[in-house]
Design a protein. Sequence first.
Length: 350
Amino acid sequence: MARGGEFWRTDDERDGVAEQWQDMLSKTHLPWSIAIPRQERSSVMFEAAVRRWWIDDLALVDCTCGPCSGTRTRRELAGTDGEFVIVLITLAGRETVAQGDAEAELRPGDAVVWDSTKSARFAVSEPLSKRSLLIPRAALDEVSGRAWVAGGVMLDGTKPATRLLTSYLDTLSVALPDLGSQSVSAARNATLELFIGALRSGGDMPTTSMAQPALRDAMDRYIERHLLGATVTPAAVASAHGVSVRTVNRIFNATGQTAGEVIRVRRLARAREELTEADLPLSSIAHRWGFSDASHFSRAFKAHYGSSPSEYRLVARTGNRDGASVQGPVAGVHEAPTRSRETGATAARS
């Protein structure tokens, strides 16, 4: 997994630096089309560097760069494998980010959330240092995260929940090299919970997604307590809270999911944790978490996470994720990156 982080940087080939930077961003931040100002090319050598850590299936990426701009249009969207939510945190410098009708000029300490399925653009006006957290949609489903606004959500950096998220990521970037697989899994889950907390307290969440929040929270807790039981169904949730099944569905539909989907995703998430924490056979894990057999479990797991349970267990235990693109199956094994003759971009472990 390259626990010490992976590192990319541009070299001194002035004529190909824009292609290098585009290649680096596309490997670590999803596909982008990049442009570097003429004055930047002629007067000051453009430089950029990227360091990436994996928090299981989440990617934490730090980068520095000079003035440049980028766009994600239909071509880049079509070339993106999977759906992601990205948290962008400005550490130093200034950057303007736009998605849909929302545009924000980010200064140090500011953060914005954007959606990989929508067109986007950015412009860096001065040397920039930033941090990005790339979260697969499948991971957000585990924490009812589908309710977020589709693109361009600002996170208020003065809010305690936002500060907690950013400071936690600071600490995690230092601690990750020393964490074992179980601790990485726990850190991944904590990251998701802190992100949703920051989004709810510091972002412009739609009012429909917050309908009856206390009842929804109570239902979520009930589901978590009864996941090991075969009786956790939408009807059981309704009966336990004195409401109709229709009410249960309405409350869960506010986040774009059904109660049944939430139950299934939560069971998959708990089974996913056991794949790395225990040596149980797949059939035992499948039965424990409410799947009829190992085949049913494997199909559901691969449909949600992009890899089979056995593939996920292998990667999680061997850490063989060196050089993996942020795209593709959650636990996919990719070849380590090599020096590109076209772009000159390099990648190295540290």
